[in-house]
Design a protein around this ligand. Structure first.
Ligand code: PLP
Length: 434
């Protein structure tokens, strides 16, 4: 039967009736009306109440909501990268107000100061994301001038971040140096020595999400720093310190080779740029840290206003910076909690879930950092394996569970699941079994 009560195919239900048939789905009436119109336009197969409710449910599932990440990818770009709890009251914040003087203050001063201390920099500012950080640095420091980039680092990071295109948008002129697989210091110095050279800076880009092996050579920051122009290093993933002092032990092997902000600046980079929501474990943001004069030039550029974060993001970055400085990052930053959880603990949790759910078995698995961080490395982990492809059922749970399949089975990796979600996982798996 169609929604308007008539069985006549060919005569569409009224928009209003169809919209009311969808009222059980938690969406505003105006949205349901649009969905009803679309259903009517799509033809008689879409006119029943059942089809309409299904359409509304599909639409509801497109809204942003918390999900359980059981993929084993710690920084899953499609799932918002680093998980972070943000609780801010509906209160005013002294974002641009100096409580000591009662005058207007800088939104960047406090957070920037903490980040600078953290990275061993003179100064730092926060922008919307790392793409914005690179764009701002190039626009502020190299507009209409040349920027030297190794051919091996003229990369695409994904999601539309391509070094030559960002360069073009900034108004800086890309000068390729070296070759795809090998670039030496002399390649940079030759480019600098050209008669027409008007080089503003050298940009070193961490290739992030891929790795070239074999006959390859790049020029480390230590060597680039001997050149007579500033070196800007886009380290991307935002590891703060290669020694990971917040973990209270040696750095985990999966971090090997990942560039870190502190060490890159100590090696002589004038500036580093990185994402706040990758290995730093903060909210979506981009950080520019290093030489005070260069940071100030970036902060003064008109684009800085367009790329600045709001008070909520600044508060969250501040919390994260304080956690690192108080050596509390392993306890207070969810990303490091999940990265550092011992495999044995994951196995205990997995066994408990499987026993309570009465379905699945516990298998060793390999989680990955994700978001282009430490590519090619894995973090030992534990997963629950359930026969068959259960992805759609898991996604339909409230909250949805996102997992992956391998060899005809569904794998739920516990490293990326918060322990508080184990009970939900148990309930969802129990439903899978029945
Ligand atoms: C991730 C990454 C970017 C883009 O950062 P967003 O924060 O996603 O804008 C740029 N450069 C490098 C090297 C990266 O790894």
């Amino acid at each position: 039967m169609s929604a308007d009560g008539s069985n006549e195919r060919g005569r569409p239900p009224s928009v209003d009736r169809l919209a009311r048939a969808m009222a059980e789905v938690d969406l505003p009436h105006a949205v349901l009306v649009e969905l009803a119109r679309a259903a009517i336009a799509d033809g008689p197969d879409h006119w029943s109440s059942e089809a309409a409710v299904e359409r509304a449910q599909h639409h509801r599932a497109t809204l942003l909501a918390p999900v359980v990440n059981a993929t084993g990818v710690l920084l899953h770009t499609n799932l918002g990268r680093a998980p972070l709890a943000v609780h801010h009251a509906a209160q005013a914040v002294n974002v641009e107000f100096d409580l000591n003087t009662g005058e207007r203050g800088s939104r960047q001063a406090a957070v920037g100061g903490l980040l600078a201390t953290l990275c061993g920099a003179d100064a730092a500012i926060v922008v919307n994301n790392n793409a914005a950080a690179v764009l701002l640095v190039l626009a502020a420091l190299a507009h209409d001038r040349q920027v030297l980039v190794s051919r091996g680092e003229s990369v695409e990071i994904g999601g539309g971040f391509r070094v030559p295109e960002v360069m073009e948008q900034s108004g800086a002129r890309l000068v390729d140096v070296g070759t795809t697989n090998r670039t030496r210091l002399t390649d940079y110095s030759k480019a600098l020595a050209r008669k027409t050279a008007d080089v503003a800076l050298v940009l070193k880009v961490h290739p992030s999400n891929y790795r070239v092996e074999g006959f390859v050579e790049d020029t480390p920051v230590e060597q680039l720093a001997t050149l007579p122009v500033p070196v800007v290093a886009d380290i991307g993933s935002g590891l703060i310190d290669a020694n990971t002092p917040w973990l209270g032990g040696p750095p985990p092997v999966w971090l090997a080779g990942e560039p870190a902000a502190r060490q890159t600046l100590a090696a002589g980079a004038a500036l580093v740029t990185f994402s706040g929501d990758k290995l730093m474990g903060g909210p979506q943001s981009g950080i520019i840290a290093g030489d005070a004069t260069l940071v100030a030039t970036c902060a003064r550029h008109p684009l800085a206003r367009a790329l600045r974060p709001g008070a909520h993001v600044l508060l969250a970055v501040q919390d994260v910076a304080l956690a690192y400085l108080q050596r509390d990052a392993a306890q207070r930053i969810p990303f490091w909690q999940m990265a550092a959880m011992p495999v044995d603990e994951l196995r205990v949790r997995a066994n408990a879930v499987v026993a309570a759910a009465g379905v699945g078995d516990v298998v060793d698995s390999e989680a990955i950092p994700g978001a282009g961080s430490a590519p090619g490395t894995v973090i030992p982990s534990v997963a629950i394996r359930v026969e068959g492809d259960r992805l759609a059922v898991l996604r339909a749970a409230h909250p949805p569970v996102v997992a992956r399949t391998r060899d005809g089975a569904t794998l739920l990796d516990l490293r990326t699941v918060h322990p508080d979600d184990d009970a939900h996982l148990t309930a969802v798996l129990r439903a899978c079994a029945s």
